[in-house]
Ligand binder design. Structure first.
Ligand code: 6R9
Length: 659
């Protein structure tokens, strides 16, 4: 499609019908919608028995008597690691490749399900020898290497909930998360490969431990880069010293369906990150089901690749639990898309004959920027399905993805879900749904979504903007916020009353009844598909001795979706200093680094503007809307509710003088 015809497609509101060939083999079926509608619990009970092997069958599908605290598949028992590994070996598929690992440096490992079974057994035995048992929490701070997947599965095997902390988070962030979950063990690596260089990782764990007040007994360290590390005797243990010689068999114990599987921290509207926690039976059921009907994984023939980091929920559900429960073959890539060159991903697709690719709009937009000629150099004909997740995908990016990656033949599934929902909720079913570029379209079978107006009334009229809510409990829903049941009720079940799960996303219908997700309605930003809270970054900024006050907004950014823009008022002493020629720039750099230190490099503001005042209402609420206008270079909107309406002109002046 030429650029001209691309814009014609956009104007025409073109949708794409599934091909007969795809439809004939698709796992998703049109009848599923009606079946789930007719008998919601019956439908999920069927999926639970189809996708999961239960050591003890469940008695009750859903217990919602303690709403909004759900119990799914009550009375059932299962072991997640057994489901993800052992049962495939028992079924005679031990020789099937589970993981094609591709290191950034070009090192590779092929791990079959039989290998994975041994690796997980050894790790489970090693964790046991460190005193980790059922219910103990384990923090995992690791890059994208097979040991990370193995550690998560070993935890699941023992019933020890893991808390994976993204490798891009700082020592400070690590410290809060380790303490909140009271993790007894931390598993990490000496370093990680990033753009051809070894970046340290354990150093951040050491720094977190130096706070003194922590619950950690041991730190287990995988050697990945050979980077020098500090060593605390008695606390630190090398993985190869402990794990390698362990027996390679381990008896998996069944866990209750509602036993906690993991905690994963995500940004909320207040500064304190929320420990979202998920349990066993319902989570695994929905991960496996969606990986089957939405990603259309056929384990015997597909090569699947989800490019997310395992430190985010997408990595949990669609690298570890969903695909492995289904016995799929997948690619695990350690590095960045432009190392050693911008065609790295497409070489990986060609090399492993990847047939299903699941990635994020921010990556797609980056590839668009790099140019069509780069993917064109590789043979991408193995691809048959593409997926998108993390933020709204604009129609231009959708159409580019379809043409330049999908060869105009692959269906694209735009999948909406959240850390809290655990698994995909809104998405087309490939082979069933006519695809609408830019829209996630429809709740999948078994899920019920609606859009409410300000008063909490559901509506269906097109183009009107409202709030997305979920109206029925679903198996992989969060079971709460770790240690804070009240915050769970308040955040998700109070905005529109206890009947509606409030997702925090704006949404609308189009004339065809498709749902379009419009981004967050709360103070949460989405930068390259990562959730960051304005409050969290503001509190990092004011923790700097020179900062008196800070306001952070997410401004539209062509590549990353949104970018962090900060407005900062300095303390009196610092103002004078910053006025010295050249000092202002250094201070901005210092503040950016401070945010990286407090939270992590992903939270580093793209711009920081030093201002004398912030726009506030008479009740003292910062009007971020106006700051967003400034950050996005727009005419500043209505300022009549400001306590001091001259503030905005001062800020605008500051912008144009380049302060
Ligand atoms: C899986 C994941 C959740 C937030 C969510 C929404 C945004 C995710 C989206 C999407 C539009 C999609 N989001 N997928 N927006 N279309 N297909 O990303 O989880 O990190 O918790 O973020 O991301 O705003 O509320 P999480």
């Amino acid at each position: 499609m030429s650029e001209e015809s691309l814009s014609t497609v956009l104007q025409q509101d073109h949708s794409f019908e599934p091909s007969d060939e795809f439809a004939a083999k698709a796992n998703g079926k049109a009848e599923m919608y009606a079946a789930a509608e007719a008998d919601h619990e019956g439908f999920w009970a069927e999926q639970a028995r189809k996708y999961v092997t239960w050591s003890k069958d469940f008695e009750t599908t859903l217990d919602w008597s303690g709403a909004p605290f759900a119990k799914w598949f009550v009375g059932g028992e299962l072991n997640v690691a057994y489901n993800c590994v052992d049962r495939h070996v028992e079924a005679g598929n031990g020789d099937r490749v589970a993981i094609h690992f591709e290191g950034e440096q070009g090192d590779t490992r092929t791990i079959t399900y039989a290998d994975l079974q041994k690796d997980v057994a050894k790790a489970a035995n090693a964790l046991t020898s460190l005193g980790v048992g059922k219910g103990d929490r384990v923090a995992i701070y690791m890059p994208m290497i097979p040991e990370t997947v193995v550690t998560m599965l070993a935890c699941a095997r023992l019933g020890a909930p893991h808390s994976v902390i993204f490798g891009g988070f700082s020592a400070e962030a690590l410290h809060t998360r380790i303490n909140d979950a009271e993790a007894k063990l931390v598993v990490t690596t000496d370093g990680q490969w990033r753009r051809g260089k070894a970046a340290p990782l354990k150093a951040a764990v050491d720094e977190a431990m130096n706070h003194g007040d922590h619950p950690v007994e041991n730190v287990l360290v995988v050697r990945r880069t050979g980077t020098d590390v500090e060593w605390a005797d008695g606390r630190d243990i090398w993985w190869h010293d402990l794990v390698d010689d362990q027996p390679d068999t381990h008896e998996a114990q069944p866990m209750d369906s509602e036993h906690p599987l993991f905690i994963l921290y995500t940004s909320g509207t207040t500064g304190k990150p929320k420990g979202i926690f998920h349990t066993t039976g319902g989570y695994l059921t929905q991960c496996a089901y969606t990986n089957s009907v939405v990603h259309d994984v056929h384990p015997e023939s597909d090569v699947y690749w989800c490019t997310a980091d395992v430190g985010w929920v997408t990595g949990h559900s669609y690298i570890v639990y969903g695909p492995l429960a289904n016995g799929a073959t997948q690619v695990l890539y350690e590095g960045t898309p432009d190392t050693p060159h911008q065609g790295r991903w497409w070489e990986i697709v060609e090399k492993y004959k990847v047939s299903i690719l699941y990635t994020a709009p921010t990556a797609i937009r980056t590839f668009m920027k790099w140019g069509d000629d780069i993917p064109a150099k590789s043979d991408l004909s193995s691809l048959r399905l593409l997926g998108s997740v993390g933020e709204p995908i604009n129609p231009e990016a959708w159409l580019w993805y379809r043409k330049h990656i999908g060869g105009d033949r692959c269906p694209i599934v735009d999948t909406w879900w959240q850390t809290e929902t655990g698994a995909i909720m809104i998405s087309p079913l490939p082979g069933v749904t006519d695809l609408e570029p830019g829209s996630a379209q429809k709740a999948i079978p078994g899920i019920s979504a609606e859009i409410l107006d300000d008063e909490g009334k559901p509506f269906t009229e097109p183009e009107k903007v409202g709030y997305l809510v979920l109206t029925k409990p679903w198996p992989s829903m969060l079971r709460g916020i770790w240690g804070d049941p009240e915050r769970y009720k308040e955040t998700y079940w109070s905005r529109f009353g206890p009947k509606y799960y409030f997702a925090g996303d704006g949404a609308k219908y189009d004339a065809k009844g498709n749902i379009w997700l419009l981004g967050r309605v709360d103070d949460v930003m989405n930068v390259s598909g990562h959730r960051l809270s304005t409050a969290e970054i503001e509190s990092a900024l004011v923790s700097h001795p020179k900062v008196a006050e800070a306001a952070v907004v997410g401004a539209a950014d062509e590549t990353t979706g949104q970018a962090v823009c900060a407005f900062v008022i300095l303390r009196k002493e610092a103002v004078e200093e910053a006025d010295e020629p050249g000092e202002g720039k250094d201070l901005v750099q210092e503040l950016r680094n401070h945010v990286a230190h407090e939270i992590g490099p992903i939270a580093k503001p793209r711009s920081i503007m030093i201002v004398a005042e912030l726009p506030k209402t008479r009740s003292g609420k910062i009007m971020r809307r106006l700051l967003r206008d400034v950050a996005e270079n727009r005419e500043v909107g209505d300022v009549t509710t400001l306590a001091d309406s001259s503030v905005m002109s001062l800020i605008k002046e500051g912008m144009s003088s380049g302060a």
